[in-house]
Design a protein around this ligand. Structure first.
Ligand SMILES: Cc1ncc(COP(=O)(O)O)c(C=O)c1O
Length: 376
């Protein structure tokens, strides 16, 4: 397991070529924090040196339960919530508590790679299931054999999805809940892009489009990291049945140091910031519209983006006159010939490039300046 975390590698490359590359991989743009939060953080830096108190943690859980009610019409109690210092820590805690070596876990591809990697380190049997572009990127659960279904312990999903932008359809929801009921597998959903849904209300798996709760065979990860630039001061949380959350909360006492009072209070503030979320959603909607427009002018064919912060395109046959056989190759040509950074995804039979909508205006200017030559 020597392959590195791809985003760390990309960040290192961008750092090494500081300023000379148009960054459409991670994106250099940050949405400014609301004045009130910004001023409060700068007036209270000492809270970063203090562990959150039991009252801070209780207020966080209350803010998280309110957030789920406001955003998704979900009704959960505070004992169903476990605060975690980041999304990836939440995944690793879930994996430590709910997956045993040898048990099977479904993950989807193309996908954000952290869950699959951590499950492999746990010696779980990781089953890659394709998100089918011909079917709105629904997971192809039919590809699982009967033996795999028998060992299935977890179905790990990411809705709204990175990098495809797909939101869950009613049909996929029904298929997944049926698979979970049939096999006894727990559903894990990474919902960090939940509030960034553009064509309908915010979307997660806890509730359906009418706000009905979807059963208790589910643990969901929520986070506002993508909306508020709090860096390492941004917190996340898991929500699930009181029993599984008690196990994860107990594990957390052993597994990581307490979160800081600053992190817990700043994240609680963000969880209550309903109007701010609307503005941030609008910001991303505009950024994505501009990005998609430019990509089409360049000759790419972006998939629809009903959610998230990325535009995904199939890899064209050639870039800048060079034939490209994979996404990795296409990304290398874009970087080396055009100084444009993007994220490649190569999965069985499909190659994609992901463009991030958090681009700086000057990076967009650079991309446009090269537009004529990119897809010949
Ligand atoms: C789908 C998805 N889940 C989780 C994360 C990671 O969250 P965190 O940085 O809080 O660990 C990311 C980061 O890009 C992501 O795209």
């Amino acid at each position: 397991m020597s392959t590195r975390y791809p985003f760390a590698v990309i960040k290192e490359k961008l750092h090494a070529q500081r300023g000379s590359v148009a960054d459409f991989a991670i994106g250099g743009r940050r949405i400014p924090l609301a004045d009130e939060l910004d001023q409060w953080i700068h007036a209270n830096p000492g809270l970063a040196l203090k562990a959150a108190s039991p009252d801070d943690m209780a207020s966080f859980r209350e803010a998280a339960a309110n957030y789920l009610r406001v955003e998704y019409k979900a009704r959960v109690t505070e004992d169903q919530i476990v605060p975690v210092p980041s999304g990836r820590v939440g995944m690793s805690a879930f994996i430590a508590c709910l997956l045993a070596p040898g048990e099977a876990v479904v993950v989807t591809e193309p996908g954000y790679p952290a869950f699959a990697r951590m499950a492999s380190h746990r010696h779980a049997d990781v089953l890659q299931v394709m998100l089918d572009p011909e079917k709105g990127f629904a997971p192809d659960l039919d590809s699982l054999s009967d033996a795999e279904r028998q060992r299935l312990r977890v179905i790990a999903l990411n809705y709204p999805n990175n990098p495809t932008g797909a939101v869950i359809s009613a049909e996929t929801r029904a298929v997944i809940h049926a698979a979970s009921a049939h096999t006894g597998a727990v559903i894990f959903n990474d919902a960090v892009y939940g509030p960034l849904t553009y064509e309908e209300n915010s979307s997660c798996l806890l509730t359906n489009a009418s706000g009905q709760m979807q059963g208790d065979d589910l643990v969901e990860l929520h986070s506002l990291t993508k909306l508020y630039p709090l860096g390492p001061q941004s917190g996340s949380f898991l929500v699930g049945s009181a029993g599984s959350m008690r196990d994860i909360a107990t594990y957390s006492e052993f597994a990581w140091a307490p979160m800081s009072a600053l992190q817990v209070r700043a994240t609680s503030w963000c969880l209550a910031d309903r109007d701010g979320r609307q503005k941030i959603r609008n910001f991303y909607r505009q950024q994505l519209a501009e990005l998609r427009d430019v990509l089409v002018r360049l000759g790419f064919e972006p998939y629809p983006t009903p959610s998230g912060i990325y535009a995904l395109c199939r890899v064209p046959e050639s870039i800048g006159g060079s034939r490209v056989a994979s996404a990795a190759e296409a990304a290398t040509v874009l970087m080396e010939k055009f100084s444009v950074a993007v994220v490649p995804f190569d999965v069985a039979g499909y190659s994609y490039l992901r463009f991030c909508s958090m681009f700086l205006p000057e990076d967009m200017q650079r991309l446009l300046a090269k537009a004529k030559n990119i897809i010949a």
